[in-house]
Design a protein around this ligand. Structure first.
Ligand SMILES: [Zn+2]
Length: 337
């Protein structure tokens, strides 16, 4: 049988020895949305030997214009993205070891999820998790491929861990809510996600085969009026993260968090510590008329005009609102305050 990666081995940038290094490498992909689907697919096809996927959400019809690992049947069933993505990728290359985690990466589980990884891929849709991954990268010394996309534009950067520069060298604090455009307001073009995810995959492969000269470089692209620019992020000698090793996002004390979910018109409620939900017990405890549906992974039901999805780790997505206070009230009716 011919080597499936022969055309990649022909590349002077890769070659046989570096191809073997890819087979030995392990990528942690955080988020299986528009970017995560593209990056994970490309890494598996390129011959990365092991992949860990982390995603908290289920497939919805509005994901399908961008999220290339899912189809209409997945959306109809509301399958967790991490489960379906892992399944598809095992079909692509059965020799790749793919693990999935249906969870939200937070400070309490980040270290464990990254434990055996060689690189962290940021395919998230919220700033909180991005800054947390930035802390994790510097604390663990793991390279981190940043990626973000909104509208027809996006940006990608490789940050090389401990020594910096890091994201906080350039953007010390995350912008306030409402300061940056989000997919909810500005929309997103699938082709932009494919290009940005492709750039992330290339940056990751380059680092995994040993190149580091692109560390600290940020590439910005607009796919509608094609234009690509690059800038170098300088190390800030006073950076709280890579200079002073103050991991403000990773060390944040665990509390219940309310996250507005990009593109869903919903709020996610994450308990302070992961739980093990007993779905049978919960089903029996629901208010009358809630008509729960269980798909093997999540329990969905309607309450006060909101659709709730409960995950095994205790997270709840409250649909039909982006108001955290309203979501909190609906949540409290079922789970207590
Ligand atoms: Zn820094």
């Amino acid at each position: 049988m011919p080597n499936r990666h022969i055309k990649q081995i022909l590349l002077p940038e890769i070659g046989a020895k570096r191809q073997r290094a890819l087979a030995e490498s392990h990528a942690l992909v955080v988020g299986c949305g528009a970017l995560g689907c593209v990056v994970a697919d490309q890494l598996v096809r390129a011959g990365v030997g092991r992949l860990t996927l982390v995603d908290r959400d289920v497939v919805e019809a509005t994901n399908l214009p961008r999220q290339i690992l899912f189809d209409a049947e997945d959306a109809a069933q509301g399958v967790p993205k991490a489960v379906r993505a892992a399944q598809r990728l095992r079909f692509v290359d059965p020799s790749c070891r793919v693990e999935e985690h249906i969870t939200h990466l937070v400070s309490s589980n980040a270290g464990e999820l990254a434990e055996e990884a060689d690189i962290i891929i940021d395919a998230t849709d919220n700033l909180e998790t991005r800054y947390l991954l930035g802390d994790l990268s510097v604390q663990t010394g793991l390279p981190w491929v940043y990626g973000g996309v909104v509208g027809t534009t996006g940006s990608v950067a490789l940050f090389d861990g401990e020594d910096g520069p890091c994201l906080r060298c350039a953007f010390e604090t995350p912008p306030a809510i409402g300061e940056l455009p989000t997919c909810d307001v500005a929309g997103i073009l699938g082709a932009a996600a494919s290009v940005v995810g492709g750039l992330q995959a290339a940056a990751a492969l380059r680092r995994l085969v040993g190149d580091r000269d692109h560390a600290g470089e940020m590439t910005t692209v607009d796919v509608w009026r094609p234009k690509l620019s690059r800038l170098r992020i300088a190390k800030n000698a006073h950076c709280p993260c890579c200079a002073k090793h103050s991991f403000d996002f990773l060390d944040r004390r665990a509390t219940v968090t309310y996250t507005k979910m990009c593109g869903r018109g919903s709020v996610q409620i994450t308990p302070a510590a992961a739980q093990q939900v007993d779905f049978d017990k919960l089903t029996k405890a629901l208010p009358q008329g809630a008509t729960p549906r269980f798909n093997g992974f999540t329990l969905s039901f309607e309450l006060d005009g909101s659709e709730l999805i409960v995950f095994g780790d205790g997270r709840v997505i409250v649909g039909g609102t982006t108001d955290p206070e309203r979501a909190r009230r609906v949540y409290a009716r079922v789970f207590g305050a």
